[in-house]
Design a protein around this ligand. Structure first.
Ligand SMILES: [Ca+2]
Ligand SMILES: [Zn+2]
Length: 640
């Protein structure tokens, strides 16, 4: 009955018994065959529903409060979704712009979960996704509350790190700080740079909703926006990855020799080492710090100078040493992040030019664009850390600086529009509106990352359709998908409970750390909410950075309601009704078991009954036992 609780073992048993007890008191439960964006929709953007099975030809969007009709729509005949082969009829209720809480009712099929429509439906998810980064902080104690759980870890990896592989056996240098990379505790310069590039670009291109966003982090309310304070935690660390002393080279990563066990960060006491230089990581370092320099300058000129000086030194090394140089990491079995460097160097040149306006990096970036074969795809429709060329091309294309070669600008623009249209075509072919045709490791991140190119296509063309497609990517990630499940911990319908994420596995809290996007299926139906399945259920900064970008695109401009000490709201769409980052608990009925376990207040659970609390305690005990059992068997992890 309670949505989201019927998927696995002990919970299923518990829920069946609970359902028998609760049945008379609960309203009609949601049906798994009516799939929506369970977090919520924006009034001005596309609103789609995917209906599976049945022969319904109409649907009704009803107000949750009283069941009255707010919108009547029609459904086409079901057709097979590419990949999953689910027979799906997509319905469109974009014309409904009323704010509030609703559900979709399909005669003969069922009803969806409740969802919000409102301008601010993505505020709470945005804060949650940023808490994902805060939770990844290394070298410091972390604590925060979310949906009634208190998450915390002590200061970790204070011994970062040894210089044995940089030729100084037994010597150490300060490499503390930064974010853990993913489900593991390693810190990888290339992926850190790529993630910073997305996050800095979100602020640079879409500052309206971010600038005043209150984040529950120690630096809140400082000179710079809270958002930039969180990013600075990573920037201060990446600066430490430089060899220093004017050398210009940058260490590829800082990790132990192998992956850690499933322990708390502070319990991981392995020796960790700086890994030698790679040209790709050095270029990513240049790009992220050059971009940071121009973004932080209005808030902290000294920090901006420090970022730019580090970027210049490393860029000078790269221009004097043009060979692609992979790192020597033969001693390590942690993530490789091996990548050739032409795309990284292009991005570095673009950011150096945009920040300094100097001729040399402009010539560098244009030469590197011209070096891409005319028959090759210049702007990629989907991309990840392995090819960061898009980041450089986006900066180049959107620049307001003079001096670019018009023919090169035209080529980049044309390629950007072609690839944006490829995303639209994939979206149109999918019965769930997914804008990425393929499935591969981390492709949920790529689904979110389409927001970058789609926003640019909108800016270049003025066509709002691109924003609708971008909004549909969030809908996909928040439940309008093959699984009828959110792909982000703590948010939306039946979210992941067992991500491949060590701090979540090692603590005593049943719910995982919130705001983390899981990688998703490597096939159309292959995702499993299983901690062991790192190929599909790991979390990573480069995926979360993309999620933050997509959410930032759709935040309302201006001031936010006052921040509260914790995010303890029920459903992700609460904000649409109370306007706050986090609603008062119980606003939409006592958040049911589903909410307490993960974040979805979707079911029409009865309010405030104490026996629900008792049931929760029982559920927690069962689930905690199960998690502990899992921790014993799990010791292996990812390869990236
Ligand atoms: Ca590369
Ligand atoms: Zn750490």
């Amino acid at each position: 009955m309670l949505v989201g609780l019927t998927s696995r073992g002990t919970r299923a048993l518990l829920v069946i018994s609970l359902s028998l007890i609760l049945a008379p008191a609960i309203g009609r439960a949601a049906d798994a065959d009516v799939r929506v964006n369970s977090v919520g929709y924006l009034p001005a953007r596309a609103k789609g529903v995917s209906v599976l099975g049945g022969a319904a030809t109409t649907f009704t969007v009803r107000r949750s409060a009283d069941g009255t009709s707010a919108f009547e729509g029609t459904l086409p005949a079901p057709a097979a979704d590419p990949g999953s082969n689910d027979m799906v009829a997509p319905g469109d209720f974009s014309a409904l712009t009323e704010a509030g809480r609703f559900y979709v009712d399909v005669p003969g099929v069922g009803r969806s979960v409740d969802f919000a429509i409102g301008d601010d439906v993505y505020r709470r998810p945005f804060v949650a996704a940023m808490l994902g980064f805060y939770g990844w902080r290394c070298g410091t104690a972390v604590s925060f509350a979310f949906s009634g759980d208190a998450f915390a870890h002590a200061a970790c990896h204070l011994g970062d790190g040894y210089l044995d592989y940089l030729g100084q056996t037994g010597a150490m240098r300060d490499g503390r700080g930064g974010w853990h990379d993913a489900g593991d505790f390693g810190k990888y310069t290339g992926n850190a740079g790529f993630t910073l590039g997305m996050l800095l670009s979100a602020f640079e291109r879409h500052p309206g909703g971010i600038t005043q966003a209150p984040l529950p982090i120690p630096e809140a309310g400082g000179e710079a926006p809270d958002y930039l304070a969180e990013l600075r935690w990573e920037l201060e660390w990446i600066l430490k990855m430089s060899y220093g002393g004017g050398d210009g080279r940058v260490s590829h990563k800082l990790t132990a020799l192998g992956f850690e066990g499933f322990v708390a960060p502070e319990a991981d006491l392995q020796a960790r080492y700086f890994v030698p230089f790679s040209s790709a990581a050095t270029a990513d370092f240049v790009a992220a710090l050059a971009q940071a320099s121009r973004i932080y300058r209005p808030y902290d000129a000294a920090f901006a100078d420090r970022c730019l000086a580090a970027a210049r030194t490393a860029y000078a090394y790269l221009t004097a040493n043009t060979a692609n140089t992979p790192p020597d990491q033969a001693a390590f079995t942690t993530g490789g992040y091996q990548t050739s460097d032409p795309d990284d160097r292009l991005w570095a040149a673009a950011e150096m030019w945009e920040t300094t306006g100097e001729d040399a990096p402009l010539a560098d970036v244009e030469a590197r664009i011209n070096a891409v074969s005319a028959t090759a795809t210049l702007v990629a429709a989907d991309f990840d850390w392995g090819s960061v060329r898009n980041l450089g091309l986006f900066t180049y294309l959107l620049s307001s600086r003079a001096g670019r070669t018009p023919a090169v600008v035209d080529r980049v623009r044309a390629s950007a529009m072609t690839s944006a249209d490829a995303i639209v075509a994939a979206h149109d072919a999918s019965r769930y509106g997914r804008g990425v045709m393929n499935y591969y490791w981390g492709s949920n991140g790529s689904v979110a990352r389409t927001a970058m190119l789609l926003a640019i296509a909108n800016r270049l063309s003025g066509d709002a359709r691109y924003l609708d497609v971008a909004a549909d990517q969030l809908a996909y990630l928040f439940g309008r998908n093959h699984y009828n499940r959110s792909q982000v911990t703590g948010l939306g319908i039946d979210p992941p409970l067992h991500p491949h994420h060590r701090p979540s596995a090692a603590d005593a809290i049943a719910s995982p750390y919130p705001g983390l996007l899981v990688g998703g299926g490597t096939t159309a139906t292959g995702w499993m909410d299983d901690q062991d399945m790192y190929m599909v259920n790991e979390v990573a900064i480069n995926w979360n950075g993309a999620l933050v970008y997509a959410l930032a695109l759709f935040l309302p401009d201006g001031a936010w309601p006052p921040a509260r000490s914790e995010l303890d709201a029920g459903a992700g769409g609460d904000a649409a009704t109370d306007g706050g980052v986090d609603a008062t608990p119980g606003t939409f009925g006592e958040p049911g078991l589903a909410t307490r376990r993960g974040g979805c207040g979707c079911a029409s659970a009865p309010a405030g009954t104490s026996w629900i609390g008792l049931a929760l305690v029982g559920a927690s005990v069962l689930i905690s036992r199960r998690r502990r059992a899992r921790q014993v068997r799990v010791a292996t992890t990812s390869d990236k």
